[in-house]
Design a binder for this molecule. Structure first.
Ligand code: ZN
Length: 519
């Protein structure tokens, strides 16, 4: 079945113009393969005229088998005063050998006369000549009408004339672009409806997020009749970014009830978003709508109580529908339901309205009050629940430890000694490290490793320190959050003390103990 709205991805072109985004040719191919598998209709690979990397991408892409997507190359209208067939841009775009070519051209008279310094008629000829030339070469041609809305607001007759010039030359779609990202949904809807009324060819929409309404503007255009939407995964792009396809895709499906990508792809949306972040080496935005880690995280006790009964009471959609999941957060705002749901999530069999549940909730509040934080420390929380339920006995105890630091002319060295009791056995170990915590971690691992070889696999992946009451200066309380991994899963643990080493040790001990709990 033909989609009602076609998805045109420009992550690899417009998206790569975002600050901090840089793709190698191999990165681009990997992303394009994922987009193709996901069911994206068009993938814009780059601008062959702008750099050799993009030409290389198109050379390799031409040899790939694309299951769903058509690859598009981007360029602009022929240069002023140059015959189209003699323009280098056209030679380069044909060399890219893509089935689709997208051409950007001017709509706004301000740009035509002041920036391009061409006459209004010359600009119309540049649009027409370029599209006709590419149609003669049997390309699918989309015309990206730059500054469509700003241009239309300035000089509506001329803006329309540029779009009609593209249509007359055979464009397969006129894409209205809010290039500066300054328009509002109402204007976008109004002008898109006018364009739809005056053009016979399909109309598309390309928006930017400068006012925080990139996605809203795209939706407004779609509701006014646009049948192609251009954007990027995770909203990468120049300045504040492009219209975010990880929002547009589920919005189309779940809210506007229009067909876009195949329905079976939707549960893979979060995975796609994370994959592209990983390739771009960008930290995943946890607050991203739909696919962020916090998109279905509940903290307020009243909310958690309600979703425990009816999930949709505080969720606009089932998180699994787009591959996300519900999370219950534990904090001093938590009610008993938070603790109950979290305990069951962690594998404890805890019942509502029991003395144990009351005791655990009271203990969590007490510790949170003392500076502990369990939101990112579910390892420590599991141990706390286990201890209260007396379901789990501590497998080791630290009898003594000592940390020292010395510095000579060349370097500073930290040394830690730890004495650990495991049943009847005593292990005594010494280790050096870059810093006191690193040395302590080494000594603890060496001591425990003898009785618990599986701890050798555990690595620290993150270590965060936060001073809690900075007004008391160096005597302030310190909270340490540690993130550990056994290669398969990660868990967080927490420690609090006036002494940073003591706080770190608590978090380290919890991390190892939690690792021993797991099968
Ligand atoms: Zn753009």
């Amino acid at each position: 079945m033909k989609s009602q709205v076609e998805i045109y991805d420009t992550t690899l072109r417009d998206g790569s113009q975002g600050e901090g985004i840089n793709f190698s040719v191999a990165d681009k191919l990997r992303i394009a393969e994922r987009l193709d598998a996901f069911g994206i209709h068009f993938i814009e690979g780059g601008w062959p005229g702008s750099n050799p990397k993009d030409l290389e991408f198109f050379k390799l892409a031409a040899r790939c088998k694309w299951r769903n997507a058509k690859i598009a190359a981007f360029s602009m209208t022929r240069r002023k005063g140059v015959a189209v067939e003699r323009d280098d841009l056209m030679r380069q775009i044909l060399e890219a050998k893509t089935p689709v070519v997208t051409i950007v051209g001017k709509t706004w008279l301000l740009h035509v006369t002041e920036v391009l310094r061409a006459s209004p008629d010359e600009n119309l000829a540049m649009i027409g000549d370029t599209i006709r030339f590419l149609k003669d070469h049997r390309k699918i041609v989309f015309y990206d009408a730059e500054h469509s809305f700003d241009g239309f607001k300035g000089e509506p007759e001329y803006a329309l004339a540029t779009w009609q010039a593209a249509e007359k030359a055979g464009a397969d779609g006129v894409i209205l672009c809010d290039t500066n990202g300054g328009c509002l949904p109402g204007e976008v809807a109004r002008i898109t409806a006018i364009a739809k009324g005056k053009l016979n060819c399909p109309v598309g929409i390309h928006t930017h997020d400068d006012c925080g309404v990139g996605v809203a503007n795209a939706l407004a255009a779609i509701e006014a009749g646009a049948t192609q939407v251009q954007g990027t995964i995770n909203g990468y792009g120049e300045r504040t970014g492009n219209c975010n396809l990880t929002s547009v895709i589920p919005l189309l499906h779940f809210k506007l009830k229009k067909t876009g990508v195949p329905a079976k792809s939707l549960p893979k949306l979060k995975e796609l978003s994370e994959f592209v972040d990983e390739i771009a080496n960008v930290r995943h935005n946890s607050r991203q709508p739909w696919v962020g880690a916090t998109a279905f995280a509940h903290k307020g006790g009243m909310h958690v109580h309600a979703i425990g009964r009816v999930a949709r009471s505080y969720e606009h959609i089932e998180p699994e529908a787009i591959g996300n999941s519900r999370r219950v957060l534990i904090s001093d705002m938590s009610g008993r339901t938070n603790i109950l749901m979290k305990a069951n999530e962690l594998g404890f069999k805890l019942k509502p309205d029991t003395a144990e549940l009351k005791a655990i909730t009271a203990r969590v509040k007490e510790l949170e009050n003392a500076g502990y934080e369990y939101e990112a420390a579910e390892g420590s929380l599991a141990l706390l629940i286990g201890r209260t339920l007396k379901q789990r006995a501590l497998k080791f105890t630290i009898e003594t430890y000592h940390v020292s630091m010395r510095r000579d002319a060349r370097e500073s060295i930290c040394e830690a000694t730890v004495r650990v009791r495991v049943g009847e056995k005593l292990h005594h170990e010494v280790a050096e490290g870059d810093g006191p915590v690193n040395a302590l971690d080494g000594a603890l691992r060496a001591a425990l490793g003898k009785s618990f070889p599986k701890l050798k696999k555990i690595t620290l992946t993150d270590y965060k320190v936060r001073i809690l009451d900075s007004a008391t200066g160096t005597a302030a309380k310190t909270r340490v959050l540690i993130q550990s991994s056994d290669g398969e899963r990660e868990w967080g643990t927490v420690g609090v003390s006036e002494n940073i080493i003591e706080a770190s040790l608590q978090a380290l001990v919890d991390s190892m103990e939690f690792a021993l709990l797991k099968k």
